[in-house]
Ligand binder design. Structure first.
Ligand SMILES: [Zn+2]
Length: 387
């Protein structure tokens, strides 16, 4: 059985499915429930959130290898759920050699939107302000207990932990933002590649190998975090892969990044079904560039005139982004633009750069970090040329 797949064909298949009509921005708890009900999925309630929203499991496949996937343990990360729904929709409604292979070899249990209360608030944490991904040991939150109980009952050999990352990540080797970041979490403080971890790294490496000519892919920092669920699964000998949906330029609702995340999951399932875990893909995973936080600004404004009492005193560059300081509440839909850096930004990365060349002024009193400069962005769009 060949494992090579045509990504264009998969995207074309995705576009035929009902999940293609869901937009990241509108994916909320109600839409999830409606989608599961109306698209013939085999799903059941496995527990409840603090605010009594049902948490669901979707079951697929008749194979012998148990694979568990969950999404959106962080409420403000809806792409992870959308990517998972695309995969479930594909496996349920597209009958081809890929889905036949996966469904005949694997027994899949998926939990879309583990943190519905956080999703309703568009916040990272749950209704008690617990970060579920730091609750793997203490299990304070009912949502964490649902995940742990599902693990105990289902006994997965493989796990996919699905997240979104902020749009501002990049890598040292590319001018593009990180579209996908992969992590095979550590199982111990020494970050050893034990047998199970080796197999997960091989699958992650093969996913990256097949997608890297299309998109920028990074490796997430793998220092051991025992209270995180991925690390907990790894330390319990489950082969675990964390996928972070990132961002691609101009892809404002992360449509393409989410589609690539869904393809990455499908590829991962296919490689697990094919049971080939080659060393060369472990090496490929190890060699992926590291994910760099806050590499990008939304805007760099070059050569902005700074004035005091109406007189120009110097010119400078400004690095401007949405208010990303609070990762618990940041969403892609924030519209307040703040100054995050001031000075010589000729080497800084940004999604858009404007050369203001004396056409844009800022008062010295406004020139400070975290000052809201929506009016400057507005002025730049009208007065300057992009470069
Ligand atoms: Zn997350």
């Amino acid at each position: 059985m060949s494992s090579s797949i045509d990504i264009k064909v998969i995207f074309s298949d995705f576009s035929q499915l009902n999940s293609s009509k869901i937009h990241r921005q509108s994916l909320d708890y109600k839409l999830l429930v409606d989608f599961l009900r109306t698209n013939h999925f085999d799903f059941t309630t496995i527990g409840q959130s603090i605010e009594k929203r049902s948490i669901f499991r979707v079951s697929l496949g008749t194979g012998s290898t148990p694979v568990m996937l969950w999404s959106q343990m962080h409420g403000n990360e809806p792409s992870s759920t959308l990517a998972l729904l695309k995969v479930l929709d594909y496996l349920t409604h597209i009958d081809n050699h890929i889905s036949q292979r996966i469904l005949s070899q694997l027994k899949i249990l998926a939990i879309p939107m583990l943190n519905p209360d956080g999703a309703v608030r568009r916040q990272r944490r749950n209704a008690w302000q617990i970060d579920l991904n730091r609750d793997a040991l203490k299990l304070t939150a009912p949502e964490s207990r649902v995940l742990r109980e599902t693990f105990e009952n289902f006994k997965p050999q493989w796990a996919f932990n699905l997240h979104d990352q902020e749009i501002y990540y990049g890598t040292a080797n590319s001018p593009e933002p990180t579209a996908l970041a992969l992590l095979v979490p550590s199982a111990d403080p020494q970050v050893q590649a034990l047998e199970q971890r080796f197999e997960a790294m091989s699958v992650a490496g093969k996913i990256a190998f097949e997608l890297i000519s299309h998109i920028n892919i990074a490796k997430y920092n793998d220092s051991y975090m025992p209270t995180a669920f991925g690390d907990w699964f790894s330390s319990n000998k489950v082969r675990t892969i964390l996928i972070e949906t990132g961002y691609m330029r101009q892809d404002h609702d992360r449509f393409w990044a989410t589609n690539y995340a869904a393809v990455a999951i499908l590829l991962g399932l296919l490689h697990i079904a094919n049971k080939q875990f080659e060393q060369k893909f472990v090496d490929f995973y190890e060699d992926l560039p590291l994910n760099i936080k806050h590499k990008f600004f939304d805007f760099v404004l070059k050569n902005v005139d700074v004035v005091n009492n109406g007189q120009k005193i110097f010119s400078t560059d400004l690095g401007i982004s949405r208010d990303r300081r609070d990762k618990d509440h940041f969403t892609d839909y924030d519209t307040d633009y703040l100054i995050f850096d001031i000075g010589d930004l000729r080497f800084a990365a940004s999604f858009e750069t404007f050369d203001c060349q004396g056409k844009i002024k800022i008062d010295l009193k406004e020139l400070k970090l975290y000052e809201n400069v929506n009016h400057l962005i507005e002025a730049c769009v009208h007065k300057t040329d992009k470069n």
